[in-house]
Design a protein. Structure first.
Length: 161
């Protein structure tokens, strides 16, 4: 399948899954749902550690990021270049709260969606934003759940929850 078709398939999958909010959680076990939720929590906790390796460990080997207002970023190098560009001052995350709104899955694919509030220091200034996210998760061959695709959009603070 060509790359563009594969991406479209992922977006269709997410739209269908999210559109079925009243459906049961799919065929993943309660244990799998807990592990998917744990993977989402590990992502925010890794940012609070300000540890790039811990953040990247929450992802599959070749993740896809979809930052608000930007094209897809594919792979570890693209993710690292986006979040930790060479020669840039360090970013220190001081607050990262998220609220899960939904978690579902089927087979080896699942998602967690929700909202977040983020505060960080960069180059002597403090910034904060709020938004919404979807983590598309994949069960790895070792049986662990990792984020394969991370989508997020920043929202005005009065619309984040």
């Amino acid at each position: 399948m060509k790359c563009g078709h594969w991406r479209m398939g992922v977006l269709v999958f997410i739209s269908v899954v999210i559109g079925c909010a009243s459906a049961p959680a799919g065929d993943v076990s309660g244990k799998d749902l807990a592990e998917m939720r744990s993977a989402a929590t590990a992502y925010s906790e890794a940012w609070l550690l300000n540890d790039p390796e811990a953040v990247m460990a929450t992802f599959v080997a070749e993740p896809v990021l979809s930052p608000s207002g930007l094209p897809f970023l594919e792979g570890q190098a693209a993710a690292r270049g986006f979040w930790w560009p060479d020669g840039s001052p360090p970013t220190t995350v001081t607050e990262f709260e998220y609220e899960e709104l939904e978690a579902r899955g089927s087979g080896d694919i699942g998602f967690v969606r929700g909202t977040y509030n983020l505060r960080f220091d960069y180059n002597g200034n403090t910034y904060s934003n709020a938004g919404k996210f979807v983590h598309l998760l994949k069960r790895t061959p070792k049986g662990t759940w990792r984020i394969s695709h991370h989508f997020w959009n920043d929202l005005p603070s009065d619309e984040s929850r």
